[in-house]
Design a protein around this ligand. Structure first.
Ligand SMILES: C[S@@+](CC[C@H](N)C(=O)[O-])C[C@H]1O[C@@H](n2cnc3c(N)ncnc32)[C@H](O)[C@@H]1O
Length: 307
């Protein structure tokens, strides 16, 4: 397979932005944004998401934080609200603009925060620039994930923290929802090198017209290798949803919404309220969830670049 072009990656994420978020963003006011950020934090606490577990929210004030791939900017705005000096970089111009617009809506609270258009594989920042680099569900969609992680390492200050979510191969979603029906039974894993990209991500409100050019999943051992240059590396699983089971999942989703309700915290990150998981799903997430929540530290004794 010829490698997808960066423009294919941008086209897919722009189409998904337009389908999921454009409308929400067009009507967002300052008050609604701050209310949505409270909701988002509450939802993340319910889900034990790394945005509130591995990210030290109480210590963010004054910290220089880079988010790689902020999407529509919900996570970045949340960290800005906690006082982080945010720099947010996304390969898709519409997404960088949406993040910048949220910072500007926040006024003084995000006066020092900015979003730029750029590529995770060539971060336009000097070595040792950031206290924390955060990235949720992005680096497995870039052409060269190893290079992107090396860039995270480079721009972190010695002792700085990386908080990163990558997709988990040792998961129910990979093997049962995707590999078995699509990869094996439909034979796509043997014919189409990008079968996983095509099987993941859309979730837009409209019919999909642009394919996702790339998705990768990792085993725990692979995560260990990817972060070998870091110290104090931890990774745990999260995120399990019955509604992702092909066909039957749709029925479950209806039951789930009736039984557990929806959470308004989903609006900024999914474009709509989020169906609340059952306690069983939360537990199963720890065992066979589709997300690796990774935290790692750049060693303190990493030499600084020459002045
Ligand atoms: C699944 S979305 C995640 C958005 C956001 N982090 C969130 O959790 O809501 C993936 C994002 O990564 C961005 N992206 C993909 N490849 C990238 C790259 N090479 N450099 C920077 N951003 C990239 C896309 O434009 C998109 O905004």
């Amino acid at each position: 397979m010829t490698a997808p072009a960066k423009s294919d990656i941008q086209a897919f994420w722009k189409a998904l932005y337009n389908s999921l978020y454009e409308d929400v963003d067009a009507h967002l006011t300052r008050d609604a944004l701050f209310k949505s950020l409270d909701d988002l934090e509450d939802m993340f606490r319910l889900r034990r998401h790394m945005a509130v577990v591995e990210m030290p929210l109480a210590e963010l004030a004054g910290k220089r934080v880079l988010e790689v791939g902020p999407g529509a900017g919900g996570h970045s705005a949340l960290f800005a609200k906690h006082g982080a000096i945010m720099t947010s970089l996304d390969i898709t111009p519409a997404r960088a603009r949406a993040t910048e617009a949220k910072f500007r809506l926040m006024g003084e609270a995000a006066a020092d925060c900015h979003a730029v258009n750029g590529d995770s594989e060539n971060l336009p920042f000097a070595d040792a620039s950031f206290d924390i680099v955060y990235s949720n569900g992005v680096l497995h969609h870039t052409l060269d994930t190893e290079r992107a992680i090396a860039e995270v390492f480079r721009v972190l200050k010695p002792g700085g923290r990386a908080v990163i979510m990558l997709y988990c191969k040792s998961s129910w979603h990979y093997w049962i929802n995707m590999f078995l029906p699509i990869g094996l039974l439909m034979g796509k894993a043997f014919r189409d090198p990008n079968w996983l990209g095509k099987a993941t991500e859309w979730g837009g409100k409209d019919r999909q017209t642009v394919a996702n050019p790339i998705t990768r999943c990792y085993t725990g051992a692979e995560i260990g290798r990817l972060f070998a240059a870091f110290k104090d590396v931890t990774w745990r699983k999260g995120e399990f949803y019955w509604y992702l089971v092909p066909k039957l999942g749709r029925l479950y989703r209806k039951y789930q919404i009736k039984r557990y309700g929806t959470h308004p915290g989903g609006v900024l990150v999914y474009g709509e309220p989020w169906p609340i998981q059952s306690p069983l799903e939360l537990k199963l997430g720890e065992i066979m969830g589709f997300s690796w929540f990774i935290a790692a530290r750049k060693p303190k004794n990493t030499p600084l670049p020459p002045p």
